[in-house]
Design a binder for this molecule. Structure first.
Ligand SMILES: *Cc1c(COP(=O)(O)O)cnc(C)c1O
Length: 388
């Protein structure tokens, strides 16, 4: 099997599986219990938080454990906006966000919050000036993802943070949230340098199991829990903590430090160079912007992306069209449409996302298969209707 879908999820690293299995076996106590089993679990949980805080260069109290990236984005956005007393509230985001940001903001619109969805350039990047243009005196939140899951395009968070900061220094109540689920582990991330106030991450995108995530909440920022229950996680996220999941997450984040982004970038660049050299009418979605080192999103004109995906799957190669969250849906990618791709081009696009275990040889085999399969599909001339 050749797995080239690491932006959808990653295989669990052996060290992570081992640490988590040991925790499942040995750390069964409830961290809120007073007896020794509880104390042991509490100590293991707080140790995991300290390890993550060290990896992220933050204070342990600034990290809230959640069930994943989706809940982290919900917690940041709902937790901040529902907690602010102001009458009129406005938020700015982009058209290319993950559904866990877009749908959360749509819910807030039903609750009376005004939301602006900023467009992106054809290279997949939101212009900081576009964010600046949309700012209002009542704008309380700007939410822009760090790296896009479909194209890998890295957004200008530092520049957006500078705009938000200047408003705040002028007296406005305004904060910056970033969905960092795809950036974490793939590029260096430092919250102070980025200038973010909230940053969401997820364990299963960094070689740990599904079901654990986290939210960086800058010290002193008050958020209201989105769930109701006990006083866990400093009253920011009720529910008995997933102790083995947090240990797995900490172990996984530490392992990411040893990854070599340049190695993946070289493999990805070679893959793209080969496909573009050997197949006509192929373009890189977001190719004109700075991207994550592992992500390649290609539009194969006059080829159904879904048909190419299936042809590759038969050959043991796993890739995706759109994002995992929306594949299977008949709608073309909202990210590619926002970049100005036609519906047909969006449906002719396929994402290849590399990971830790992919080798140069894997990349040659995938390139061979992609080139042969796309040629075959073009020869078979599928009717237009299939693409639209
Ligand atoms: C996967 C993903 C999420 C959701 O994370 P889960 O842990 O699967 O809920 C959010 N944002 C982005 C950009 C993602 O890629």
């Amino acid at each position: 099997m050749l797995y080239f879908d690491h932006n959808a999820t990653t295989p669990v690293a052996p060290e992570v599986a081992e640490a988590m299995t040991a925790a499942v076996r040995d750390v069964f106590g409830n961290p809120s219990s007073t007896h020794r089993h509880g104390q042991h679990a509490r100590q293991q949980l707080e140790d995991a938080r300290r390890r993550i805080a060290a990896a992220l260069q933050i204070a342990p109290s600034e990290f809230v454990f959640t069930s994943g990236g989706t809940e982290s984005n919900n917690l940041a956005i709902l937790g901040l906006l529902r907690n602010l007393p102001s009458e009129r509230k406005h938020a700015i985001t982009t058209e290319i966000e993950h559904p866990s940001v877009l749908e959360t903001l749509r819910q807030l619109e039903r609750e009376g919050v005004e939301v602006t969805y900023a467009r992106v350039e054809s290279n997949g990047r939101v212009e900081p000036q576009e964010i600046a243009r949309q700012l209002r005196p009542e704008t309380v939140l700007v939410s822009v993802m760090h790296a896009n899951n479909e194209t890998g395009v890295i957004q200008p968070i530092e520049e957006i943070a500078a705009i938000v900061r200047s408003r705040r220094e002028a007296g406005q109540t305004i904060w910056l949230h970033s969905d960092g689920v795809q950036a974490m582990g793939k590029i260096p991330v430092n919250f102070d340098m980025l200038g973010v106030d909230f940053y969401a991450i997820s364990a299963h995108k960094v070689y740990a199991p599904k079901g654990t995530g986290g939210l960086f909440v800058r010290k002193g920022l008050p958020i209201r829990s989105t769930l109701y229950g006990g006083r866990h996680e400093r009253e920011r996220r009720p529910g008995t903590e997933n102790v083995p999941g947090t240990i797995a997450f900490a172990t996984a984040l530490e392992l990411c430090a040893a990854d070599e982004p340049q190695r993946l970038a070289r493999l990805r660049d070679h893959f793209e160079a080969r496909v573009l050299a050997e197949l006509p009418a192929v373009e890189i979605n977001g190719g004109a912007a700075t991207r994550l080192p592992n992500t390649s999103n290609l539009v194969f004109h006059n080829v159904s992306g879904e048909a190419l995906l299936i042809a590759l799957d038969i050959q043991g190669i796993a890739v995706s069209t759109g994002s995992a969250c929306s594949s299977g849906s008949i709608e073309p990618s909202h990210v590619l449409l926002s970049m100005g791709r036609t519906r047909q081009e969006a449906k002719s696009s396929v994402r290849f996302s590399l990971g830790r275990h992919n080798t140069a040889e894997d990349v040659e085999r995938v390139a061979d298969a992609v080139i042969a399969s796309a040629r075959q599909l073009r020869r078979s001339r599928q009717p237009e209707a299939q693409l639209v």
